[in-house]
Write a protein that binds this ligand. Structure first.
Ligand code: ATP
Ligand code: LTN
Length: 342
């Protein structure tokens, strides 16, 4: 990870603040886990962290309400299951904190159509959902900027697919500060060195995504049998050599990268462990690595899902805490743009 910014390196006592989010648009995948969620856990002690379920963002694509509810609760339980301690981290639902949408309106007025239309996620999702190219999908990055800027976050741990959104957030903050003085902290992206872009098992030219067909991804809640089946069917190639070569061997390289990210072993050592061996061995070893990673998380997940009262208590406290922090920034913004105080 790019760790040039640390609380120590700034010489200040106060911990730096982190904010990140994940959409409840499906069950999180191994890509979400490697690219984002597990880093959230690693950062929890060193930073002042807020992690949210980006439910407002998820309706930029049509969602079934009962599925959305179920996925949202499951995702919240998964945040706890990966080890995020609600005493140390603020865990909340974006829709419980109305300041996100309030700031988003203001920032929409400081963002240009041209900037939004260049976003690759907008282009990808418009192509995927050509029957529903809505205004929310277009201004998605402005809401994301609001999420981040409301909390004066210094760092935003995300996968590499979010780089463009982070850049636009920085541009909006800088533009606003340029007009009104120092209102927002300009945040930095925080990307993992390995696994920032886990690819689809069926089409390794595209990122693994939880809203794609089931065979394309490993979900964090997949059973051992499902994991075995999906890895067995993962696309490789017709030459049998195991080497890391994303351009010519994207499927095999993706499997090697996943193993390296999950075990912490370097890519070189993963590759050399397969010398003289075939794709069958690679796939069965990787299957075991994935199952060993996910099964303890799944056990914890089941425990939290059986305690709804506890979950509710955590998300209510999270919303109160987040709202308190968000209000400070929002009031300042309202005043700066010239709205009358109540
Ligand atoms: P959707 O397919 O519904 O758009 P998604 O799977 O892309 O969702 P998000 O909720 O948009 O997931 O992203 C949550 C976090 O996971 C983000 O930080 C994102 O960068 C990261 N992430 C998503 N997919 C991958 C991937 N394939 N590899 C690494 N990181 C990823
Ligand atoms: N767009 C993000 C999810 C997200 C997010 C955020 C991430 C919504 N708001 C704020 C970091 C900070 C994505 O990962 N696809």
């Amino acid at each position: 990870m790019n760790q040039q910014i640390t609380p120590e390196s700034t010489g200040v006592e106060k911990k730096l603040r982190i904010l990140s989010g994940i959409q409840p648009s499906g069950t999180p995948t191994l890509g979400n886990y490697i690219g984002a969620m597990r880093n959230w856990k690693l950062l929890a002690d060193e930073y002042d962290c807020l992690y949210m379920i980006a439910d407002l963002h998820s309706i930029t694509v049509r969602q079934d309400p009962s599925k959305l509810r179920q996925q949202s609760i499951q995702l919240f339980a998964l945040l706890l299951a990966i080890g995020l301690d609600p005493e140390k981290n603020v865990l909340f639902f974006q829709s419980h904190v109305p300041q996100h949408t309030q700031l988003s309106w203001v920032l929409n007025c400081f963002t240009y159509m041209g900037e939004m239309s260049r976003m690759t996620q907008f282009k990808d999702k418009s192509a995927k959902h050509s029957d529903n190219i809505n205004c929310g999908l277009f201004t998605y990055p402005v809401l994301m900027a609001s999420d981040i800027l409301l909390y004066q976050a210094n760092l935003v741990p995300v996968g590499a697919d979010q780089t463009q959104h982070l850049e636009i957030c920085r541009d909006i903050a800088t533009r606003f500060n340029g007009i009104y003085g120092n209102v927002f902290t300009v945040p930095e992206g925080y990307y993992p060195k390995f696994g920032a872009r886990v690819m689809s098992l069926q089409d390794p030219a595209r990122k693994m995504s939880k809203s794609d067909p089931d065979d394309c991804f490993i979900s964090m809640l997949d059973s051992a049998d499902n994991i075995r089946r999906k890895i067995k069917r993962a696309v490789t190639d017709s030459d049998a050599e195991i080497r890391f070569d994303p351009e010519n061997k994207p499927g095999v390289s993706n499997l090697l990268a996943i193993q390296s990210a999950l075990t912490g072993d370097s890519l070189d050592s993963v590759v050399s462990s397969y010398e003289g061996k075939g794709y069958g061995v690679l796939k069965s070893t990787l299957t075991d690595v994935i199952i060993n990673t996910l099964s303890p998380i799944q056990n914890e997940f089941n425990r939290y899902m059986n305690d709804r009262a506890y979950l509710e208590n955590v998300w209510r406290n999270g919303a109160d805490h987040a709202s308190y922090l968000a209000n400070k920034t929002l009031s300042k913004v309202m005043k700066k743009v010239g709205f009358i105080a109540k």
